[in-house]
Design a protein around this ligand. Structure first.
Ligand code: NAD
Length: 248
């Protein structure tokens, strides 16, 4: 199936590692120019060096997605250097898990900010170009945790909030030929997940309880994102695509 992504420009936030890096590689392989937007400059550079070595067009932009001025400047830089913004993947995010009683305001604010405010700021920054050019794709990386996970009140709230954001924007921007969808992964094999103290327990539980009896690979998520970013998904908007191996 030809995804027709060739020549498009994509921004992927948090693309210095894990799912975001895999999304960047996948979109680049499909012919997109990719802006690797990442708070960690060294990680962004490493991914861009790899993409460029493979013959792809890529740009590293070191940005904290929660900082409004930097995000605006990032969007302007991508338009100037890569020629536009057809695809935005709001992927930057992290967990700060703990029981609610012990949860600091910092743990709440930092998680809600990076996931929700980050997606808001990045989407707001790219939307004028997409509207002017009558088209675009926004894909928000939520999580199966939007259904609620113990120890993740902050993260679950933020990932559920991202779905409301997705649906509201889908209604608002459809008239400009802009689709807005979410992908909700289950447990995906990334460094962030492997570094959890209970990773092996998690993996064993997933293998037992997931209809497709394994944890997910980053490419499972990246392929779903590439489809939603493609011309093949032009009549799909406001949806949540679960990439969980069937686990709910
Ligand atoms: N791995 C999983 O099992 C899983 C499951 C469901 C959802 N997700 C979501 O997928 C996304 C990626 O997760 P991952 O496992 O690849 O994590 P990861 O830690 O490997 O990647 C996240 C990247 O985001 C960057 N980042 C963090 N804060 C940022 C900020 N303020 N501005 C810009 N970049 C920032 C980090 O430096 C990192 O490179 C996250 O939103 C996560 O919540 C992951």
């Amino acid at each position: 199936m030809d995804l027709n992504i060739e020549g498009k420009v994509a921004i992927v936030t948090g693309a210095g590692s894990g799912i975001g890096a895999c999304v960047a590689r996948t979109l680049a392989r499909e012919g997109a120019s990719v802006a690797v937007v990442e708070v960690d400059a060294a990680k962004a550079q490493a991914v861009v060096a790899e993409l460029q070595a493979a013959g792809h067009r890529a740009l590293a932009v070191a940005v904290d997605v929660t900082d409004p001025q930097s995000v605006q400047a990032m969007a302007a830089q991508v338009i100037e250097r890569l020629g536009g913004i057809h695809i935005l993947v709001n992927n930057a995010g992290f967990t700060r898990d703990m029981h609610l009683v012990k949860m600091s305001e910092q743990a709440w604010d930092s998680v809600v900010d990076v996931i929700m405010k980050g997606a808001f700021l990045c989407t707001r920054a790219v939307m004028p170009w997409m509207i002017e050019n009558q088209g675009g794709r926004v894909i928000n990386i939520s999580s199966r945790a939007h259904l609620g996970n113990p120890g993740q009140a902050n993260y679950s709230a933020a990932k559920a909030g991202l779905l409301g954001f997705t649906r509201a924007l889908a209604l608002e921007e459809g008239r400009y030929n802009i689709t807005v969808n979410a992908v909700a992964p289950g447990i995906i094999d990334t460094e962030a997940v492997r570094s959890l103290p209970h990773f092996e327990k998690l993996r064993a539980a997933a293998e037992k309880t997931t209809p497709i009896p394994r944890i997910g690979d980053t490419s499972d998520v990246a392929d779903a994102v590439a489809f939603l970013a493609s011309a093949r998904a032009s009549y799909i908007t406001g949806e949540v695509l679960h990439v969980t191996g069937g686990r709910y």
